[in-house]
Design a protein. Sequence first.
Length: 65
Amino acid sequence: MKITYDAQADVLPILFSNAAIEESDEKKPGIILDFDRIGNIVGMEIPDASKRMENPKAVSYAVAG
């Protein structure tokens, strides 16, 4: 998984795999899902991230288990 923040574009892309993105769809306002050629979700994007998150530059994660 790869999470980056593009401050100039104010978008936070989250990639789940290295598969090529064939299609994108905004299922809900503010969340764009990216799909590969067979329909698997390979990533998501959060546009206007600075308006939707407290601090998109500070990303953390936790491993359950």
